[in-house]
Every structure is written in C-alpha cells, then in structure tokens.
Write a protein that binds this ligand. Sequence first.
Ligand SMILES: Cc1cc2nc3c(=O)[nH]c(=O)nc-3n(C[C@H](O)[C@H](O)[C@H](O)COP(=O)(O)O)c2cc1C
Length: 374
Amino acid sequence: MNTFGEALKVTVFGQSHAPAVGCVLEGLPAGMAIDREALAAFMARRAPGSSPTSTRRKEADEVTIIAGLNPKGETSGAPIALTIPNGDTRSGDYAAMGKVPRPGHADLVAWRRWGDAWDRAGGGQFSGRLTAPLCAAGALCLQWLERQGIAIAAHALAIGAIGDEPFRARTLDERSRRRLSAQIESLRDGRSFPTIDEARGWVMEKAIQEAASEGDSLGGVIEIVATGVPRDLGDPMFDGVENVLARALFAIPAVKGVDFGAGFGAASLKGSEDNDPYAIDDDGEVSIAKNDAGGILGGITTGAPLLARIALKPTSSIAKRQRSVDLETMRAIELRVKGRHDPCVVPRAVPVAEALFALAIGDLMLSKRAFERL
Ligand SMILES: Cc1cc2nc3c(=O)[nH]c(=O)nc-3n(C[C@H](O)[C@H](O)[C@H](O)COP(=O)(O)O)c2cc1C
C-alpha cells in the first residue's frame, strides 16, 4: 500500500497532523556521501508557505535521518529512516467541518473504509503533506542518479489554459540537445515559479491568485524529463518502464493522468509522423532521429530521454459553496471548505514529480544491476 520499488524500496508513513511524516528507503548503494545542502534545497522547493500561490500553512520541512548512515555521513547499506516534523497544524478547522466529506477529496472513501477511526485532520494519510517524505527519498536517490550521469527535471507545462514552453526532448538533433540542457539548467536557478519561460510563470501565478480570490482552484500539467538514462532498462508487459513510472507518478495525490512521449497526441498522428526513424551514426551505432516514443519502446528504454506528462486536477478544497452530505444526519448540506489550502497544487508538485521519477528510475537501474550480478 505505502511501499514502492523492488531493488530500491521506499515505504512512506505519517498523517497530515500526526507528530511527523517520514519514510524508510532501502537499497541505495552503500558508501554514498549525502549532500545535506542539496537535500535541504530540494525540500525547500516543495515546502509550503513561501509563495502567494501555496497554502499559508508554514512548514520548515527539515529532514532528520535517524538511521542508515555511517559516522562519516555516508550511506551504510542499512535501511535509511528519516522523519520530517509536522508543525503549524490547525486540526480545529477540520473538527468544525463535522462529518461532511469534501467533494473531490478522499474523505468519503476514507470514512467508508475506516469509519470514525480515520484520522481526518488535514486529510490524514491522503494529504499532500505525505509528498514531503517522497521528496526526501527522491532527493537522496537523485544524488545517486546524478553520479551515474542522469539528470531529471520537471516544470509546470500548463496551469489551467496557460501553457509553458515544452521540453525539447522529442527532437534529438544537436540543437535540440543543447536547448534541452539549457532548459534543465534554467529550472535550477531557483526561480519562484517552475516554468521554463519565466514570463509565462508570472501569468500562471496571476491566474492562480485570481482563482483563489474567487474561492476557487486550478489544475494543470507537469512535464518531466530524464536524460542520460541507459538503454535496455525495463521489461515487457507488466514490468515495462511506462508501468513502473506510472505506478510511481499516480502516488502523487491529485494526479489523474499520465502519458509518455507524444502520449495522447499520438492518437491523432499518422504512423509516418509518429514513428521515430533510425540511422547509422559515425560510430556505426543505431541512432534514433526523434523521440515521440518518449524514450520507451516495448517497455524497454531506447537510450533517448524519458519524457512524461502528468495531469493534476484542481484542488478540491475550495471556499466556494458546494453540495455535500452530513454523514451523521444523512442529509444534504452546503459546504464551504475553511482552512488553508493550495489554490493550485501544480507548482509544489513539480519537485514531487522529479522525486517519483528518480525513485522509479533508481529502482529500474538497481534491479538491472542486481540481474547483471547473477
Ligand atoms: C503538493 C500537494 C499539495 C496538496 N495540497 C492540497 C490542499 O491544500 N488541499 C486539497 O484539498 N488537496 C491538496 N492536494 C491534493 C489532495 O491531497 C488529493 O486531491 C486527495 O488526496 C485525493 O486524492 P486524488 O485527488 O488523487 O483522488 C495536494 C496535493 C499535492 C501533490
């Protein structure tokens, strides 16, 4: 339920208003020095309270690693256990709501499954808060992947109807390669809104603020790329790279769709347009001219960049009046959700998407290495 991975395994625990959230990460190679600054910088990209487009709940998101490191601060080969304290909780906001499920959130299914035992404050284990330990585990895995020459980046490709420039990862000529590197670099310069085109980011921020001022929310699309991924990872059918990545990405709350390469757009292309042609390069190797396949054919990596998109729904907890039911009296009721909520979860979910991509690719890489050792 809360565990992902075979060779690299992460188990997440916690609830939104419990004393802490955290995870156990097993399988990261031993002897890797942890870069604490890089970990903190990664966590800060997801942390709430720093932007007008996120919830006003303030969380430092400080990671305490309680096991799995040796005295030199390197991975020791033992499971890594880490916790992140929950602060600034206001459980009263939820108690005041009564037993009224928020439409679009997980309240109804959680009460049906666990009854009054369910810890509903802050959405319990369905809260976006659980993406903090996912980010911490992903950031550690990313440190290992970077040492293997793999780079992962994501950006807000769309917020509502406003779009950003896409990653140049579906064409593979030298100019595109350089442009893609520059795009990835630009996203690392600490910009406040995660778009490639900063001006589009300002328009998106304004749209989110406008929706929030109307008591409403917005959704959007995140695009994720990984470069330097070796070919021949993954397996056919149920263990394909698409399967593994989708399983990881659907763990992000509010994700309702995942596609790869040309994705749903491929449905309206002709074969002659969608096929990525082959050629023989100067080293006598097979090269692939473009990348509508998103780096995956038959579930196995081609060596081209992995390219995915995820669709996130608009935040369900909105101040606008909505129709719900009171589960105590079994009567219809009008609900206006109080409390502090992200008017759009997309900007904060961008590092989360990178983290899940890292965990999935890390698992595929380490599974392959385990197989090669046999
Ligand atoms: C980073 C992040 C922050 C989130 N913040 C909120 C929030 O403030 N309010 C809310 O209603 N949902 C928020 N969500 C989404 C809910 O957690 C999610 O919609 C809910 O658990 C139901 O799951 P589902 O939408 O995947 O079906 C957030 C999601 C993420 C990834």
